[in-house]
Design a protein around this ligand. Structure first.
Ligand code: SF4
Length: 138
C-alpha cells in the first residue's frame, strides 16, 4: 500500500524517469513500476507531503507544503470524485481518470508546474484514456 497526495496521481501518468534528483527518481521509478505491474495495488489518498515528497532533495526550495500545491491536490481529487483518507486500488484510479479527465485538463489544473510544458503529462492521460495504462519507463 502506498500513500499518495492528489496531484501525484497525475504526475505518475506522465512520468518518464525525469525528476529532481537521483534519489527522487529511484523512489518514483520503483513506485511507478509497482503500479504498472500490479494495478491492484492499494493507494491511500493523503493530505500534504507523501512518500514521493519524502525524497525531494534538500538542495532545492521545498515546495511540498505550498498552498497552491495543496490546492492542486484538492482540484484533482475532486475531479476524480475521490476524497482524502480514501483507500483505492490503482486500477480504479485509472478508471476514474478515464471517466472524468481529458488531456487538456493539465493546462489548467497544472498551470504553474514547470514540468507542464514537456507535454508528457497530457500524453500520459491520453494513454490511460486509450486503455494503455502507465507507460514503461526506459
Ligand atoms: S504538469 Fe506537473 S503537477 Fe501536473 S501532472 Fe505533470 S508533473 Fe505533475
Amino acid at each position: 500500500m502506498f500513500k499518495l497526495r492528489g496531484h501525484h496521481l497525475f504526475c505518475l501518468l506522465g512520468y518518464q524517469g525525469m525528476g529532481y534528483s537521483r534519489d527522487y527518481v529511484e523512489n518514483m521509478t520503483q513506485l511507478h513500476q509497482t503500479l504498472r505491474d500490479q494495478p491492484e495495488t492499494w493507494i491511500q489518498l493523503i493530505e500534504g507531503p507523501d512518500q514521493l515528497c519524502a525524497k525531494y532533495p534538500n538542495s532545492g526550495e521545498y515546495h511540498c507544503h505550498d498552498q497552491h500545491i495543496t490546492a492542486r491536490d484538492h482540484v484533482i481529487l475532486e475531479k476524480l470524485g475521490l476524497i482524502i483518507g480514501q483507500m483505492i486500488k490503482w486500477k480504479d484510479i485509472e478508471a476514474s481518470i478515464r471517466n472524468n479527465v481529458v488531456p487538456s485538463d493539465i493546462q489548467t489544473v497544472c498551470e504553474t508546474c514547470s514540468w507542464r510544458s514537456y507535454g508528457v503529462c497530457e500524453e500520459g492521460i491520453q494513454n490511460i484514456l486509450e486503455g494503455k495504462g502507465l507507460r514503461k519507463v526506459q
